[in-house]
Design a protein around this ligand. Structure first.
Ligand code: CS2
Length: 454
């Protein structure tokens, strides 16, 4: 079967062809993190913005690690398809927004050149929570900081840097990480560079939302059948997507609002609602669902247990949300419908990965607010128990996995272990909350027996 590339576009079914002519685009956005989420979210918004506005915004996508994805994309002239999953099947649509693909280590010089190119005025990032903790010269943050510093020193144009990861205050977190990396790199003109960065670069906060499971082997076959050509990098996502951006751009950007993106003065109410309700429920479904032998989100939702968990977690956490965001009741209704989508095959294991970083964004801040108020937190206690149970003996990737498993190896009792686990993820305050720890520990025997207590 012929491979997807520019020469094959004419042979695609008309509904599957890109909305823009990829050859007519110019590289004006650099994106770090080439994974499925970017390809099904920001790249799509950008292609649609181009189709609406006629402005030729193209994206150079940089892979922090995987040169294999870069090579596969290049072999397809940076084309790939996105399938919207309403039910089994769905029509793949080829996206033509990418103008280049680079591997951070191997193509470092090209990436540096892009970051100093005055025509590039936007950088976006999807590097996951752990990407913001690493700042050596070969990391995304290190490279970005070095590139921005060079851009500032050479008097180049202002630029906006947009974190698209699931963290509260993601723009401010990235800004601090970049400033720290510039300071760590040293040099005589550090202060002047930092001052220029302050003046010429903004880091708006954003909320991104679309459920995009990792591509499964069956997706490749289904996509090839629908397209009539082979796509090595297909992605599929739910129909719903949302992008809320803090309206603080210092330089030109694609007209994403023409594709439904919201530009608002303050994203915090949207950000906290999404993190605590959607991502918070996702993580709870993942750790508890795995304990009960479920495989996907849709499985966990299929028998009523998942829905009860989502609704009760949303109800427990809603009082911690600031005004001005979506209505929590309606949001919970939408979540139940989104999570039920049987066409998604979203693996609980995927969501449970890096849980030690995710729960510090998704559960712990809400838990702190509720405990300070003296409010009851039965659902978050159960979720914590599910997480603690998962850390005991699992093979799910997590940067803190060895430290967490080591907590169980001490032979201490469950209470001491749960305290140690919480301390390991940076929550010694919660570890010291005896009532909370006792309540979580009480669930462990049932979880060990595979019972779901909700
Ligand atoms: C999920 C998210 O894997 C996870 O941790 O909770 O990727 C989630 O699907 C997205 O944030 C939805 O926008």
């Amino acid at each position: 079967m012929q491979q997807l590339n520019r020469a094959a576009l004419g042979a695609l079914p008309p509904a599957s062809r890109p909305r823009v002519d990829p050859a007519g685009l110019r590289t004006r956005v650099v994106h770090f993190g080439i994974g499925a989420f970017h390809r099904a979210h920001q790249a799509l918004y950008t292609e649609n913005a181009v189709a609406h506005s006629g402005e030729p915004w193209g994206i150079a996508a940089v892979a922090p690690r995987s040169a294999a994805t870069v090579d596969a994309l290049r072999a397809q002239d940076c084309l790939y398809s996105v399938t919207e999953r309403r039910d089994e099947g769905g029509t793949p649509r080829v996206v033509g927004a990418l103008t280049g693909a680079y591997a951070l280590g191997r193509d470092g010089e090209a990436v540096d050149a892009l970051l100093t190119d005055p025509e590039v005025t936007v950088v976006t990032l999807t590097i996951t929570e752990k990407g913001y903790r690493a700042a050596g010269p070969d990391t995304v943050v290190g490279r970005l900081a070095a590139g921005l510093a060079t851009r500032m020193r050479s008097g180049a144009a202002p630029i906006t840097v947009v974190s698209c990861d699931n963290m509260a205050d993601n723009g401010a977190v990235l800004r601090t990480a970049v400033q720290d990396a510039v300071r760590a790199a040293g040099g005589r003109d550090v202060d002047q560079t930092l001052e220029l960065l302050d003046r010429q670069v903004t880091f708006p906060a954003t909320v991104v939302d679309r459920i995009v499971p990792a591509t499964a082997p069956g997706d490749l076959t289904a996509t090839a059948t629908a397209l009539g050509v082979h796509d090595a990098l297909p992605v599929s996502g739910e129909p719903y997507r949302q992008w809320v951006l803090e309206d603080r751009f210092t330089a030109p950007r694609p007209a994403w609002e023409l594709d439904g993106a919201l530009l608002v003065p303050d994203v915090a109410p949207y950000q906290l609602t999404k993190l605590r309700l959607l991502n918070g429920s996702h993580s709870a479904l993942a750790v508890l669902g795995i304990a009960a032998g479920r495989t996907t989100v849709a499985d966990a939702m299929a028998d009523g247990w998942g829905e009860r968990l989502v609704r009760s977690l949303c109800a427990e956490v809603a009082p911690t949300l600031p005004d001005g965001g979506p209505d929590p009741g309606r949001y919970a209704d939408d979540l139940v419908a989104r999570f039920r989508n049987p066409a998604m095959h979203h693996l609980l294991r995927q969501i449970a990965s890096d849980a030690s970083l995710k729960i510090t964004e998704r559960w712990l801040p809400a838990l702190r607010v509720l405990r300070e108020r003296g409010a009851a937190t039965p659902v978050l206690e159960l979720a914590l128990a599910g997480w603690a149970h998962l850390t005991r003996d699992h093979d799910i990737p997590d940067p803190a996995r060895d430290e967490l498993t080591a907590c169980w190896r001490t032979g201490a009792d469950d209470t001491a272990v749960v305290r140690a686990l919480l301390t390991t993820v940076g929550a010694p305050d919660l570890a010291g909350d005896s009532e909370l720890v006792t309540a979580a520990v009480r669930h462990l025997p049932a979880l060990r027996a595979g019972h779901l207590d909700i």
